[in-house]
Design a protein around this ligand. Structure first.
Ligand code: GUN
Length: 634
């Protein structure tokens, strides 16, 4: 079972245990062919490998290897005492249309030789398979999973098949998730990878991933080219395996993070290459074939681990989307896949955090189709396409960032009754949200689309004054906190959560809104870094009273409730029910069976993921009801 350490949408830095140690993800398992060792284990470990994959079918067929593996185990055979995954011979059966062993025999063999992750003999579903043929492959693969006895001493890998038929990928993901498989490789994709069909891979990976059990690591069979790894991780792939480092080396080709290059065409090695400073390009070109093969394999494996290291860092900083967006410009096929990715923004949005550690980058119109933009559209749709007449787009004279703290602006706002919108990257947003993520936490290229709402809107020339409305009275600060609450907790909550009696406090040093109180009790604090709320117990209780059904809630067991009330975190295994539309990183109400509030905290994952995880923290509690009331500090 995978435990999340950091996340960015579907991408995750995580870890899971095997009998020979933990595997930290995302990672790649280099393919080791026990017949033809290219690099030594030590060389590969020095380049970053921490786990490997080998083929049990090849071992089983070779009497010498078989004997050694059966006697001493696969770890001794490979000379590595960490995690080893074994494949089953499916790929050989696919290429040579014949394997000599049954599914039960080959799985039993893997178990016997001490494999940490054993793979069933699945049916490889080619991209051009008809629906019926692909369905038969999915069902036979499932039958083979179901015929296994309960196996406890190895993790079973249950491949997801289904060709390019997305409903079959979904079916296969659901069947495998419900089975004893603890590990879910996406299979049948090598032909897509070999032919740069990354756009189709986007569909295949996503329909497999979002229908799979999120607590099971997802593996992409054969996905070893660094240029596609970022996108695959963004779609939820945790582990790769690949022989690409040797396959490319055989053809005198070198892997780079943005593609492959011919040894015959390059002028120098990059600094990160293990060949840099040790060999000239000329020397490698003229080396004996086996020596050259080895050197290029080392370079290639290094390129792969370099890219994985960068991807990990991008997840940590929650900038993976921007990284993939930039990377996709390095190759037209990758860009084609990026366009396909944008088609899925609505689906990906459900997994995005409420706000990110990193600044939102606005480049051009493509930036308006990213998952987070879908959330803005969904939450603010009625404002993004304003009806003429009931809104006003403020001119730069009336508004610019930071202006909403000035007495002039507040007076202007409070004397009028119109909806005030401000230009933001070819669109308009409510002025009340101008300090909330990502509206302020953003760097823009300033790109202007000819048909942009902001450009076409009637921004008054020369600061035409906004008309005052007789008798209009509204409270800007209260309207601002209500609008933020609408965005964060659901349309219509703001007004109910923060009644007219609420007092909105402002920071003396910055002038920014800081907290909302009701009758001296702290309802919520507005965070400076993302402009969203952290709820106090009084605010959480009010939100509970106004949210119907399971909305904004996580229901925990009675045992857990006791601890959570004292301020301790909620663990996944104690979650009984939850709102499936919870946004990762958002405030959630921790309640007991009888819908009594016990604590308030931050959800670590989104609603669609919540039910799957068994290990780790589900809610980082910041306040339990039995703790002493929080003070409002300036
Ligand atoms: N290696 C590459 N593709 C596959 C696949 O679909 N199944 C298995 N078991 N191994 C693979």
């Amino acid at each position: 079972m995978l435990e999340i350490i950091h996340r960015d949408g579907l991408a995750r830095i995580g870890k899971f245990s095997t009998a020979h140690g933990e595997i930290h993800t995302p990672t790649i398992l280099p393919v080791v062919n026990p017949n033809i060792p290219t690099l030594t284990m030590e060389e590969m470990r020095n380049l970053g490998a921490t786990a490997f994959i080998t083929n049990s079918y090849i071992i089983r067929r070779n009497p010498k290897l078989r004997e050694k593996a059966e006697k001493y185990g696969v770890h001794s055979l490979l000379g590595f005492n960490g995690p080893i995954m074994t494949d089953s011979g499916t790929f050989q059966s696919h290429v040579y249309s014949d394997v000599e062993f049954s599914n039960l025999e080959i799985v039993d063999f893997q178990r016997k030789i001490g494999s940490d992750i054993s793979t069933i003999l699945d049916i490889f579903s080619e991209p051009d398979f008809s629906y019926d043929r692909a369905r038969a492959a999915v069902m036979e693969t499932y039958r083979r999973m179901a015929e296994l006895p309960q196996v406890d001493d190895t993790i079973i890998a249950g491949p997801i098949q289904g060709s390019l038929h997305m409903d079959l990928r979904k079916l296969s993901a659901e069947l495998m998730s419900a089975s004893q498989a603890g590990y879910l490789p996406i299979g049948g994709v090598v032909p897509l990878l070999e032919n740069y069909r990354y756009d189709d891979l986007v569909d295949v990976i996503l329909s497999s991933k979002i229908n799979a059990d999120f607590s099971k690591p997802v593996h992409l069979f054969g996905g070893g080219h660094p240029m596609f790894m970022g996108m695959a991780v963004l779609l939820g792939v945790d582990v790769f395996d690949s022989a690409s480092y040797v396959k490319y080396a055989r053809d005198n080709r070198m892997l780079f993070q943005d593609g492959s290059r011919d040894l015959s065409k390059i002028g120098s090695f990059p600094r990160w290459s293990p060949l840099y400073g040790k060999y000239t390009v000329e020397e490698v070109r003229n080396a004996a074939p086996e020596e050259r093969f080895k050197l290029l394999s080392m370079h290639n494996l290094s390129a792969i681990f370099n890219e994985l290291e960068e991807i990990r860092e991008q997840i940590y900083q929650q900038r993976l989307w921007q990284y993939v967006e930039a990377r996709s410009r390095s190759h037209p096929y990758l860009f084609r896949a990026f366009l396909r990715l944008l088609d899925h923004s609505g689906t990906l949005e459900r997994f995005e955090d409420l706000s990110k550690k990193s600044t939102f980058f606005y480049f051009d119109e493509y930036s308006e189709r990213v998952p987070y933009f879908k959330r803005i559209e969904r939450n603010l749709g009625y404002i993004m396409t304003p009806e003429r007449g009931n809104y006003r787009v403020l001119s730069p004279d009336n508004w610019h960032p930071g202006r909403t703290h000035s007495a002039e602006f507040i007076s202007l706002y409070e004397r009028t009754a119109e909806r005030f919108l401000v230009p933001w990257n070819n669109t308009v947003i409510p002025v009340e949200l101008d300090e909330t993520y990502p509206f302020q936490q953003m760097i823009s290229s300033g790109f202007v689309r000819p048909d942009s709402i902001a450009a076409a809107a009637d921004i008054p020339e020369g600061g035409e004054p906004v008309d005052a409305v007789e008798g209009a009275t509204r409270n800007f600060r209260l309207e601002r906190v209500r609008m933020v609450a609408d965005f964060q907790f659901g349309s219509g909550t703001g007004k109910k959560l923060f009644s007219d009696e609420c007092e909105v406090r402002v920071s003396r040093s910055t002038g920014r809104l800081r907290s909302v109180l009701l009758k001296g009790q702290l309802m919520a604090t507005l965070r400076a870094h993302d402009g969203f709320f952290t709820l106090g117990i009084a605010g959480a209780q009010k939100l509970l009273d106004i949210s119907p059904g399971l909305m904004n809630r996580i229901v925990v067991t009675d045992d857990s409730a006791e601890f959570n009330a004292q301020g301790y975190n909620v663990f996944f295994k104690f979650v009984k029910k939850f709102d499936s539309s919870i946004i990762a990183g958002n405030e959630v109400l921790v309640v007991d069976d009888k819908d009594n509030l016990v604590a308030v905290g931050k959800s670590t994952v989104s609603g669609p993921e919540m039910g799957y995880y068994k290990k780790g923290v589900a809610v980082k509690v910041h306040r339990g009801i039995r703790e002493k009331p929080e003070a409002d500090q300036d």
